[in-house]
Design a protein around this ligand. Structure first.
Ligand code: 26M
Length: 842
């Protein structure tokens, strides 16, 4: 059997070599002596893509033949990272590719490094969508992701010499993208602006004509499951002008006017929005897309473009879904039996009035039946930490919607009128309640509350962690719980895919786990990690476990030394906080804690210092454009330059945090920080990635931290800080000027003000958020217990054997946080869909 396996591998390697050479010579038209790593990557990727397309075709054909129910995951963001390594692993062909490339004189890892991240997302929400697509394919659930094909993904981050963030464009498509298949034939016409009419009776068919038509062109990205033939699809839409230029105007000599319309259209998918701040201050978007014309109206330009993005995406996707449904020749009332559409936050909420428009105006369905179809089709996931509620819920100005989507505005008003009638029936004479629940917020201008529309247009609304789902009911939508009952509101705790976040990013640990368990089954059934528990105290196993962590630490240290000028102690405890930079995530608490540690070390004698666990503090993350965190870099500059301290403490900020950088950082972490003010982080998902990779967590009782501790044992988590219930009272105390500031915090502030970290002015914005009579995120209230938890970490780390035991238990008990579990829960409780195995030769 071994000889036969060797024979098979040899043949596979030869096939791979031949396929790669074929693409080098024909598709890429390169002479053999003119092949660099980028070319090799492209050729290898194209040959993997050929395999994906064969499976993709079989999958789509079978799904269509079998008339299966499909899931449509509507997300404005898919933070996919790199595809090459992931595709090889899911297809089970990494070994022959490794050997084939070696035969051709190339190293697989170097070749893989030529790939650019697909950075079509901001952070948690976008990466969650990517993990769920991996699980859907792996579980053989027929599914499509729908999103936009942004020319530029999340900006690349550079740190300038002042320690400030500089945003530069991300031209990820520059070298052409081997993972996408253009479908120029399947473009969809999308109407904007124009005139709308209502039907002759209140619920009758309306019309929408005129205005401007643009094209949405689909590009498909195959998504392979792990160890299964199922290959699902992400359809990304690219905006184009309907005619590339106006020939009449061109002939009349007005070249500029001729190309204007095409350019306006293409602007719609030019760039990913980096967060809600970019809506308020549109300059970032304006600079990135170089807006020239359009927006003759008075609307905020950045806002109007975002609404256009949302509509083009939603309209093209629904058009696609409905076209597929019409081929089944079923009555429209059967639509929800074939289609489950999940709204990833409120960004795709326009899908609700758009489907109403299609059903009522175009398909002649009665309004009430159409509304019933809509509600049975949609599910809505909320991702907003409740304490951010009022600020973060999406609203659109009525005049803006009227200008861009006049028919949709009528439909929203009508949905609202019929809905408020129902509310009035159930709660007579309660004007305040009607005002609270209305889809329209009164004001100048009136605003449409997208979250209310999403709630009433869906059969299920879910939060993303147990605590968060409770807050969604209690704080966000209590009136809607009273109106519709508890059953419409549910929890699906987030999950992550162990294929990328262990098997792929930490191959050594994965191999040790497989060896210990005697099987690879854990990759598909993460609860099987439980089998590691019996080795938690086994000295030999602990040693192997710890040496893999050291190897991952070394790799990160090499990365740090090659990208910064910091020299690091390879034995230091690596303490990581990587995530979007946001006030509520409290990177500030971490950096103030680092300063306190520095001051403490300074007070010790050299021989006393040697007894303190050395630390390397790693930060990473992108901030909203215009919002800098120069203070982290100011602190690291002083500390890293201090020769007395260097060995005991260093601080680095790694620029341009991304999925591929996360794959290096996460396996190396000993301790990671998830320290948001209680009640503000909906779930967090990096906490799960760190724990799965045998890193311990320091954190607040927030989001999924709570459930993680439940699963792995709270003796393995360093908790600190106030709980959600106490947050309102503490905030009031600050407002009343009754808050106490702990002496440790004052010591840190004095050091900052003394100029120890350069110009104290850099810290003024931060200090103002804490001392300006508010401290909204309760830094001062949590500071003392944070320092205490950090002292506990030091104590625990000294006893290495017990520390390693904790880390083994942590990994062993993380099965619950598999995205496979989360997706199965959505399938059973929200989508009502089943796995469909693709037969061997479909
Ligand atoms: C809004 C307006 C304009 C431009 C962009 C936005 C926007 C984009 C992304 C708003 C929110 C966005 O994402 C929110 C997000 O990532 N939420 C996170 O979701 C994760 C997955 O559920 C959770 O784990 C995190 O706790 C939550 O913060």
């Amino acid at each position: 059997a071994i000889a036969k396996n060797a024979e098979t591998l040899k043949k596979d390697v030869e096939t791979v070599e031949a396929q790669i050479s074929h693409h080098v010579h024909t598709t890429l038209a390169r002479a053999p002596f003119n092949v660099d790593e980028l070319t090799m990557y492209q050729a290898a990727a194209l040959s993997v893509r050929d395999r994906l397309i064969a499976r993709w075709n079989e999958t789509q054909t079978f799904h269509t033949q079998q008339r299966v129910k499909r899931v449509y995951y509507l997300s404005l963001e898919f933070l996919m990272g790199r595809q090459f390594d992931n595709a090889m692993l899911n297809l089970g062909v990494k070994k022959p590719y490794n050997d084939g490339l070696k035969q051709l004189g190339f190293n697989l890892e170097d070749v893989s490094d030529s790939e650019r991240d697909m950075g079509l997302g901001n952070g948690g929400l976008g990466r969650l969508a990517a993990c769920y697509l991996d699980s859907l394919a792996t579980l053989d659930i027929p599914a499509f992701g729908y999103t936009l094909r942004y020319q530029q993904g999340i900006f690349r981050q550079i740190i300038n010499s002042n320690g400030e963030q500089v945003e530069v464009p991300d031209p990820w498509l520059e070298n052409t993208n081997p993972w996408e298949i253009p479908r120029l034939d399947a473009a969809v016409e999308i109407r904007l602006h124009g005139e709308a009419t209502r039907g002759d009776n209140a619920k009758g068919a309306g019309t929408w004509t005129g205005g401007l038509e643009v094209l949405a062109v689909p590009y498909d990205i195959p998504v392979p499951g792990f160890g299964t033939k199922t290959t699902n699809n992400i359809r990304t839409w690219s905006a184009r002008g309907k005619v590339s230029f106006d020939l009449a105007k061109f002939n009349a000599g007005d070249y500029e006017a001729a190309v204007r319309e095409a350019e306006e259209a293409e602007t719609i998918t030019r760039v990913l929005y980096p967060n809600e701040a970019s809506l308020r201050h549109a300059t970032y978007i304006l600079v990135q897309v170089e807006l020239t014309h359009d927006f003759e109206q008075n609307f905020d330009k950045g806002k109007a473009l975002r609404l256009k993005q949302q509509y083009l995406w939603v309209a093209a996707s629904l058009h696609d879904i409905c076209r597929r449904f019409r081929k089944l020749r079923e009555p429209w009332t059967a639509f929800p039996d074939y289609n489950a559409i999940q709204l990833n936050d409120t960004h795709p909420t326009l899908a609700i009035p758009e489907l109403m428009r299609i059903l009522v105006d175009e398909e002649g369905q009665p309004w009430d039946e159409a509304w019933d179809i809509v509600r049975r089709t949609f599910g809505y996931t909320n991702h907003t930490g409740a304490a951010l509620m009022t600020e973060a819920l999406e609203r659109w100005a009525v005049p803006l919607i009227e200008w861009l989507l006049p028919r949709h505005m009528q439909i929203i008003y009508d949905i609202n009128a019929f809905f408020l009638e129902e509310v009035e029936k159930k709660f007579p004479n309660d004007r305040a309640r009607l005002a609270r629940m209305s889809l329209i917020e009164e004001g100048y201008p009136k605003m449409v509350r997208m979250a209310h529309l999403a709630v009433i247009g869906s059969h299920r609304v879910n939060g993303v962690a147990a605590l968060h789902s409770r807050l969604v009911k209690q704080d966000l939508f209590p009136d809607f719980v009273e109106m519709f009952g508890q059953d419409r509101f549910t929890n699906v705790t987030n999950g992550i895919t162990a294929r990328r976040w262990l098997y792929q990013c930490n191959p050594q640990l994965a191999a040790l786990i497989t060896q210990a368990l005697g099987t690879e089954e854990w990759i598909l059934d993460l609860d099987k990690l439980k089998g590691l528990e019996k080795y938690a105290r086994d000295k030999k196993f602990q040693k192997e476990w710890a040496s893999i962590k050291q190897a991952n630490r070394d790799r990160l240290c090499e990365y740090i030394e090659s990208t910064t000028d910091v020299k690091v102690n390879r034995k230091a405890l690596i303490d990581v906080q990587v995530k979007r930079i946001h006030e509520y995530k409290r990177q500030s608490l971490n950096i103030l804690g680092v300063i306190f540690r520095y001051l403490t070390l300074k007070k010790l004698k050299p021989e006393e210092r040697k007894r303190v666990v050395p630390r390397l503090s790693v930060f990473g993350g992108k901030a909203a454009p215009g919002y800098y965190m120069a203070n982290i870099n100011a602190v690291s500059k002083t500390i890293n330059a201090d020769k007395d301290i260097r060995e005991h403490l260093s601080v680095v900020f790694l620029a341009d945090y991304s999925v591929s950088l996360a794959e290096i950082i996460i396996p190396a972490s000993d301790l990671s920080e998830h320290i948001s003010t209680a009640g503000t982080e909906a779930s967090g998902t990096s906490n799960m990635k760190f724990a799965l990779n045998s890193g311990l967590l320091i954190g607040t009782l927030d989001g999924a931290n709570i459930e993680i501790a439940e699963a792995i044992g709270d003796e393995n988590v360093f908790f600190f800080g106030n709980v959600t219930e106490d947050v309102p009272r503490l905030r009031r105390a600050h407002q009343a000027g009754e808050a106490q500031y702990p002496p440790e915090l004052m010591e840190v502030v004095d050091a900052i003000r003394s100029g120890m970290f350069g110009d104290g002015g850099v810290f003024e914005p931060l200090l103002n958020t804490i001392f300006g009579g508010k401290d909204y995120y309760l830094i001062s209230d949590d500071f003392t217990s944070y320092l205490e938890a950090q002292r506990m970490v030091d104590v625990a780390f000294v006893d290495q054997s017990s520390w390693v035991e904790k880390t083994i238990h942590t990994t062993a008990r993380m099965g619950r946080f598999a995205s496979d579990r989360a997706v199965m829960q959505y399938a059973d409780e929200i989508w009502n869909v089943e796995p469909v195995k693709i037969p061997d030769s479909a």
